[in-house]
Design a protein around this ligand. Structure first.
Ligand SMILES: Cc1ncc(COP(=O)(O)O)c(C=O)c1O
Length: 385
């Protein structure tokens, strides 16, 4: 059975060029970057080259990039590493953040910090007035994601960070879903901290980075040697770092054309599904969103059933986020948008990547039509044609 993959927000396959770049460091160049001999220096050189590539993609200086084990660790370092500078105070996040942010905040709440979880509008966007009203002189950090992993909605980070900056407040953005998909520059965003992850942009899993604006103090959350300027001790994951660097270089070269192509596929899919299936709702912002993300509620059908039936046909999609898939809880993101439990449970996330084709979109449409008709037939709803 040919498998079709429409779950690129969960993870992406490693690009061929990334795999090639990594291969040399899996076997041949095995030195410890901290060693002073030639093998060590070669490994160190590869890390510094990757640092340049990551920095280049987001418009940072290489010394502002710290390599970590992925998006989750990057977020933990940004949030806990900031909170560790204080004995208490306020942290501001949004209700639609990834669990890496929400659970970092919950941890700090238990440690005595006050956390404000800002609501979003019906498209998943943080609104300026409640944001401004939440800012206090004792606000230690604001952490709001750039693009949502479930709906793809893009937050007005530039505007929010500018307001925070006027009051001298620190802003972190979880850009794990945005980096490599949207052109972005840290100076234009105006943030002090930004998290990214390798496996969302055709790089390897288990590697990510935290951008720390020059002059922004952060407390390390792990203790050991002096790697990564003491901010992230431990012998470096050279293979992963090289892979992340190569993925960033590739993204820089192809992002614009990829986004246009992916967006065309997503628009075609939405158009064809609407033509053929009744009772669809697009969740999230229709325009300000990641080009390949479609989060759709199918009235009267559980997203979980759709997912299972598609999986039986070799088609991979997601119901809610990958991290919450398998749990019976309705997505906290969709509930925050104002969907009912039932509407939230009837949603499917389709995330398109650059290797998908128009023919694959047609296969997906056909499969969904068949499955929806079958499931609606079973529960007595109007079937699609
Ligand atoms: C928005 C967002 N933040 C953070 C993460 C966590 O990244 P990682 O899997 O690299 O730990 C993810 C992964 O799904 C994500 O989508």
């Amino acid at each position: 059975m040919k498998r079709l993959y429409f779950d690129h927000n969960a993870t992406t396959p490693i690009a061929e060029a990334v795999f090639k770049a990594m291969s040399a460091y899996l076997k041949g160049v095995f030195g410890n970057p901290s060693s002073v001999h030639a093998l060590g220096r070669e490994a160190k050189g590869a890390i510094e080259q990757a640092r340049l590539q990551v920095a280049d993609l987001i418009g940072a200086a290489p010394e502002e990039i710290v390599f970590v084990s992925g998006g989750t660790e990057s977020i933990n370092l940004a949030i806990s590493g900031t909170a560790a500078l204080y004995k208490g105070g306020r942290i501001i996040a949004s209700q639609v953040e990834h669990p890496a942010v929400l659970n970092s905040c919950a941890y700090l709440e238990r440690a005595g910090f006050e956390v404000i979880y800002l609501p979003v509008d019906s498209r998943g966007i943080v609104e300026i007035p409640p944001f401004t009203a939440a800012l206090t002189p004792d606000t230690r950090l604001i952490s709001i994601m750039l693009a949502n992993n479930e709906t793809g909605s893009i937050q007005p980070i530039k505007e929010l960070a500018a307001i925070a900056r006027e009051q001298g407040l620190r802003f972190h953005t979880d850009a794990v879903q945005a980096v490599g998909k949207l052109p972005l520059k840290v100076d234009e965003l105006g943030v002090q901290l930004l998290s990214l992850s390798g496996h969302k942009l055709y790089g390897p899993k288990g590697i990510g980075a935290l951008y720390i604006r020059s002059g922004t103090k952060i407390m390390p959350q792990l203790h050991g040697g002096h790697h990564e300027r003491g901010l992230r001790p431990g012998t470096e994951n050279i293979t992963g770092i090289v892979g992340l660097g190569a993925a960033c270089q590739l993204a820089k070269a192809h992002m614009i054309e990829d986004a246009a192509y992916i967006s065309k596929l997503a628009n075609t899919l939405w158009y064809k599904l609407n033509e053929r299936i009744e009772g669809l709702t697009l969740n999230g912002h229709a325009a300000k969103k990641l080009p390949g993300t479609l989060n759709i509620s199918f009235a009267g059908i559980s997203g979980e059933s759709l997912l299972m039936n598609l999986d039986l046909e070799g088609i991979a999609v997601s119901a809610g986020s990958a991290c919450s898939a398998g749990s019976l809880k309705a997505s906290h993101v969709l509930l925050a948008l104002g969907l009912s439990e039932e509407q939230a449970r009837s949603s499917l996330r389709i995330s398109i990547g650059r290797d998908n084709t128009l023919a694959e979109i047609d296969t997906l449409v056909e499969a969904l039509c068949r499955i929806v008709a079958r499931l609606r037939g079973r529960v007595g709803k109007v079937p699609c044609d």
